[in-house]
Design a protein around this ligand. Sequence first.
Ligand code: TXA
Ligand code: MG
Length: 338
Amino acid sequence: MNTILLENNIKDIIKAAEMIKQGKIVGIPTETVYGLCADARNEEAVKAVFRAKGRPADNPLIVHLADFSQAEIYTSYIPDIAYRLAEKFCPGALTMVLPKNDKIPMITSGGLETVGIRIPSHPVMHEVIKISGCPIAAPSANISGLPSPTCAEHVIRDMNGKISAVINGGESQFGVESTVISFDNENRARILRPGAVTKEMLFDICDVVVDSAVLNDLADGAEATSPGMKYKHYSPCADVVMVESSLEDFINLVNENNRDNVYSLIFNGDEKTFPFRYMTYGSDSSEQAHYIFRRLRELDDMGAEKIFVRSPDTEGIGLAVYNRLIRSAGFEVIRIKE
Ligand code: TXA
Ligand code: MG
């Protein structure tokens, strides 16, 4: 298959919407990361999305809609708290897990009776949904297990020849995927995956708990609240090690382990005194979120075999950065107390 590169203009947006209506798959920019988009009701198209990614069939896809009012078409029950959250955070980087109805095929929901609903704010994705008239199933547009794509080139890298087209919409604003929440009861949201809609922001509206799988490895035999949490994720080819320490202790650690193809991922500013091979990934949490997946891909391209990463702050969107990094490290963390 020849994968066409489309531009961010109305003619190409209409073309992409037509392709999706016809059951084809298109890579489309969103404000979080790029998505691999198909009509969520079309079982053959959804199957092709799973195949293109090499994704396990029990890991459900998020369904993207133009407006939260359309969630009523695809779900069987929406609690009041979901409407209150939607008022504040939709459109945006929030996915709410709700009981689905039979308009969403089981294959799309990975065999679950629930569906994750998201209303993206990116104008290109929004227009494609509106013009196609389809509920759009869209996982991140990477090969399963690799870092999510934050620009069109990353999508082409992973998906060239496997999908019909990609729209080039530049770099994704946030750089990490949406916050996924479910509801424990009428008053409490549970964060299954942290993102740009932070725990602190949700807490303004309702009670919030962070699922233990956000920060910890799933115990053997335990069932994941969100299937995505049980798979190794966001991993470059290199071996990633998270380090919680002062800059001085970090430098000593890298010094002891330094050899060819060892790289460090450090904060902006650290490089002034850093004597080894490195890349920086931002000076605050928003910047770190924006750059993290790009840097992991770049380090792979440079032939990194081992990457020591300075552990990020976990406030705000930092929790999302920490969550992605600790998974890419397979939960390997070195803690050096001062
Ligand atoms: O920002 C995003 O959410 C991006 C863009 C393209 O919208 N999409 C995305 O999709 O990250 P994906 O498939 O790469 O990640 C979706 C995550 C997975 O961990 C999946 O297990 C979880 O959401 N999920 C989806 N539906 C669920 C459900 N019904 N119950 C529990 N978890 C669900
Ligand atoms: Mg993904």
